[in-house]
Design a protein around this ligand. Sequence first.
Ligand SMILES: [Zn+2]
Length: 264
Amino acid sequence: MIIYGSRMYGRKNQIRSHGRCEHCGRVGAQNSYDGRKWGHLYFIPIIPDGRRVRVLRECKSCQKGFHIPLETLPGIVESIQKTLIDAVVAIGAKENEMTVNGHSLSVVSVLGANISDAYCLGGESEVRLLLENLKSIKADKELLLAEAKAAEVRGDLKNAEAKFGELATRSTHPVILYQAARFFQDQARIPEAIALGERVESMLPADLNVKQLLIDGYTAQKEWTKLALTYENCFLLAPELKQQKPIAKAYQKACKKAGREPQK
Ligand SMILES: [Zn+2]
């Protein structure tokens, strides 16, 4: 049997991290590194198959990650650094929203979303700078969120859990609570995730992301009545969801289990 294929060789600047794979959904260890795809014969690299790339968050299970051409990397790193500095400035000015690439976004969601990228691209020094900046403007809760996210991405889950748990009791910010709920869901701590998700839903009743989180939680816990009601609330907000077969099927199953008549 001749084994021919392609894989990444010449791995450099490797950073190990922890997170949810955006391709297959598995939660666990991920790898970021610089490398080049080579064709191989019996696993001996023979021809370079593409340019050098930075692979971001390659999943151990499905082997997928994001590939960024190495020559574009300095621009991307610079833009993430700038976004994080802008976020700290916005937090210092007590602003809730900031503009990123022409979109108005919640400052704390920008903060949370960029920590993993900053860490997987530049490692500990990028994150340390952010934490120092938040400390210097005395942004307690945002600092706690950044520390929680940083601990999560490093795979220091005990520490991340303690910080997210503290945020769950101290913060009333829906976006911060949502991020804590996502963390607990990723750790399969479903009752905690549901409790936080329900608090967020009462503050942001039109948000479909938190409804998705609750749907996953109620499904896992077999809370059929709450599941059916959450689907119905989603259909009110986005009627097109009802046309999607897997969603319609899951809704009907929830109704059947809950002993409810499904909506037409
Ligand atoms: Zn995966």
